[in-house]
Each structure stands twice: as C-alpha cells, then as structure tokens.
Design a protein around this ligand. Structure first.
Ligand code: PFF
Length: 453
C-alpha cells in the first residue's frame, strides 16, 4: 500500500489548480484536432452536440476523477488500491499508467512537429510556397529521421525539466505563466482572423448549425473528442486532483476547467475558420489543417510572418502543459508505488517513454514499414490509447464512483463538508450510474468496430 501522504506536494492556490488542470485539458486536442474534426463533420451542428456531451457526460466523468483523486490523495493506481483494497479495481489505475506511456509517446512526437514549425516560422520557411509545396514540405519533414527525432527529444526534455521541479514549483509555477500567455496569443489570432475580408463565412460555418450533416458516427465522434480534449479516462485528472487541497470545491473547479477547455477550442475555431474562408480554402482538409493549410494562409496574409510565429508558439505551449500532465501520471506512480526519488522517477519515465516515442517520431520515415494491423507505430499507439484505453478507463471510472464508492462518499467529497446537501447529487449519480456508462459503451463499441452506424 502506498505510504500515508503526509508530506505530499499540493497545488498552492485555486488559480494554480485551474491553470494546471485546464493546462492539461487544453492542448493539441483543442487547437490542432478540434478545428479539423469540426471541419470534417460539417461545422455548427457538430459543435452543438459536442457542447451537450461536454456538459452531460464529460463534466460528470471529470468530477468522478476528482472525487477519486482527492479522496485518496494518491497516484492513479494507488488511488484505487486505497479506496478498494483487495479488489480488482486497481487494474483501472494500471490501464491509466499504460495509456499515459502510449499517449505521451505519440503526443510528444506531434508536439515536436510544432517546434519544427516554430523554427520554420522564424526563418520565414513558408514564404513563396504554394499549397502543393507546403504539403511536400510537411511530408518531407515527417518522413525524415533526424529532425522529427531531434524535436521529439527536445520536447520530452522540456516536459521532464518541469516535472522534476515538482507540483507546486514545477507544474503549478509554469502553467500559471503559460496559460495566460496562451490565452492572450489566441485572442490576438482571433482578432486578426476576424478582421480579414470574407471572415463571416467562417463564423457562419462554425456557428450556424446544419443538422442534415449529423450522422450517428458524427455524434459518437463528438463524444470521443470531448474525452480526449478534457483529458479524462486515464487517471491524469485523478493524479492532478490528488494535489488539490481539501478546501477547494471540486464541482466548481471541474466546471471552470470544462468551460475553459471548451472556450479555447471554440476560440481556436474562431482563429482558424474565418481565415480559412477568407482565403477560399476548403475547411474539411483533415489533419493537415494546421500544418499545411495555415502556413498557406500565413504566407499570403499581411503580418503573416508574425502571426505564424504566434500560432505555432501557441500550439507548442498548449502541448507542453498537456505533456507534463501525462508524464506526471507515470512519475507519481513510480514515486509512490516504488519509492524512488522524483528526480529518478522523472528521468526513468522520460527515458522509457522515449523508447516508444523514438518509434513514433520515425513512423513516417525509416520505420514506416513497421506496421501492425495496417497501422504504423504512431497510429497504433494513438488508436489503442485514445480509442480503446480512454473510453474503457472512463467507463470503469464512472462505474467505480456510481456503483462502488456510492452516493454518500461522493457527496461528501464533492461538497467539502459532510453536512451540505448538494443540489445536483441526484442527477449526478444518475449520470454516473447509468447514462454515462451507456453513452461511453456505445462510443467504445463503435470505435473498436463492434457496432457500426
Ligand atoms: N487533453 C489534451 C488535449 O486536448 O490535447 C490531450 C490529453 C492530455 C489527453 C492528457 C489525455 C490526457 F491524459
């Protein structure tokens, strides 16, 4: 059993809690993935479904993780072992740690691309290139070996340096600085995008719902996106909330985080779509939206040099505050379960993730022929973690809170005060016992191909 957490580090302030947790949630999922998923799924109608899922499912799952983390004050594995001794629930924690290894490996590889694009922005590397040349530039970079590897290791090193410094002096300190910077950059980019001629088409695309575009699989895609974006389902928020002091209100913290995460995703849409429409580009251009379409826009627009630097810095900052949260899942597990120092645990975790990450970074280059079930290493880890481990973890987490922990303990942790009657406890329990498990199970079965729409 993990030691009694008397000397455990914790977040020092409410702002620190929100900055760190929102920092985890806000990442490539908001700025890279959300806009292209919205683009591919027809815009406004998808957004409405997404918002409904964040409120009805995402928020309760997030609160469930908060309850597990703060009531146990332990890492993702130790939390289940402590709350359900001798029961098999700690497998959920192990799954979370395994998912953290996989997510960190491929996510850091994509985060590394961001550094290449910051470099290209500074050196004016997009200037004078047309769409085809920019596509070639992206593909050439990705299929190389030294640059994707170099940027992978730089990004992993930065992540580890923050984590080595601890919760208050590392995670909290840096997210409190980085998150406001991210917000300011995004607002500047929104203003620039909205003041372009022809911007209105982009706003209409994003906010005017066309329900004929909705299909069952789009709806399920929205739930998957909500999970990934909110960082739920793998113990990241269990780990972070184990550092939240008892005086903080978990319900309102979760609400602030879910709101901020969603706001940033929508603002990323506002920064991107008006510009995409202003330059007459197809909005549903998939994963290349940020790495191919945007450079194409930047090199045509007034002030594009400056705005491309800002944009890729934004992406890098957003990714960094997420990679640290994933590394922390593994480090907290090593420190508390194997009693190694934080420093050793951090470098050990970073080194072992790098073995997988090495293969991810080379997945379009020298290792492109290594494939399992038709997927390269990067795609395999992405698929297994995001589409299998996250929804399965989320499902087990709500079942744990709904059916094992139960209403009384949950209400006590959520209310900070045993006497308080929470107005939302009945609908909350209804969601975590029945509605969320059902919805997540549907997405899960669809994603692993057992259910098709
Ligand atoms: N929420 C992050 C994003 O939107 O980019 C990704 C992520 C971070 C997923 C941490 C899961 C996680 F545990």
């Amino acid at each position: 059993m993990s030691g009694v957490p008397a000397s455990r580090d914790s977040f020092g302030s409410r702002f620190g809690v929100i900055a760190a947790t929102a920092g985890s949630a806000i990442g490539l999922g908001n700025i890279w993935r959300f806009p292209y998923v919205v683009g591919e799924n027809g815009g406004g109608a998808f957004l409405i479904v997404y918002l409904a899922f964040v409120v009805a499912i995402g928020l309760p799952v997030m609160m469930s993780e908060f309850v597990i983390g703060r009531s146990s004050q332990r890492n993702a594995f130790g939390a289940f072992k402590f709350l359900a001794p001798g029961k098999p629930w700690s497998v959920v924690g192990i799954m979370g740690v395994a998912a953290a290894f996989m997510i960190l490996a491929f996510y850091t590889a994509v985060a590394g691309w961001t550094l290449e694009y910051i470099y290209q922005s500074f050196t004016n590397g997009f200037a004078g290139k047309n769409a085809t040349e920019l596509t070639t530039m992206f593909n050439d970079f990705r299929s190389g070996s030294s640059r994707p590897l170099l940027w992978f290791f730089v990004f992993m090193g930065l992540t580890a340096l923050i984590i080595v410094s601890g919760v208050k002096n590392g995670i909290e300190k840096y997210t409190k600085i980085l998150m406001p910077i991210l917000f300011v950059i995004l607002i500047v980019l929104c203003i620039r995008s909205l003041t372009l001629d022809g911007a209105a088409g982009g706003m209409e695309f994003l906010f005017k719902p066309d329900f004929s575009k909705l299909t069952a699989s789009t709806i399920l895609e929205a739930l998957g996106q909500a999970f990934f974006s909110l960082s739920i389902g793998m113990g990241t928020l269990i780990t972070y909330s184990s550092y939240i002091q008892k005086k903080e209100n978990l319900g309102s913290a979760a609400l602030s985080v879910a709101f901020t995460d969603t706001l940033i995703a929508v603002l990323a849409g506002v920064a991107i779509f008006p510009a995409v429409f202003a330059f007459g580009i197809e909005p549903g251009s998939g994963e290349g939206l940020v790495y191919i379409t945007l450079p194409n826009i930047f090199q045509q627009m007034t002030g594009g040099y400056f705005f491309s630097i800002l944009f890729f810095l934004l992406l890098g900052v957003a990714a960094l505050t997420s990679t640290i949260s994933v590394l922390e899942v593994i480090v907290a597990y090593f420190v508390e379960e194997f009693r190694v120092s934080r420093k050793k645990a951090t470098w050990l975790a970073a080194a072992s993730v790098s073995v997988l990450g090495f293969m991810c970074a080379l997945s379009w280059g020298p290792m492109k022929d290594v494939s399992i079930w038709g997927k390269n290493v990067f795609e395999l880890l992405d698929f297994t973690s995001a589409n299998i481990l996250l929804p399965l973890g989320g499902l087990l987490i709500v079942l744990f809170v709904g059916w094992y922990l139960g209403r009384k303990k949950t209400e006590m942790e959520l209310s900070n005060d045993g006497d308080l009657k929470l107005w939302y406890i009945t609908p909350f329990m209804l969601i975590v016992k029945f509605i969320a498990p059902f919805a997540i199970a549907m997405v899960f079965l669809q994603q692993i191909g057992l259910l098709s729409f």
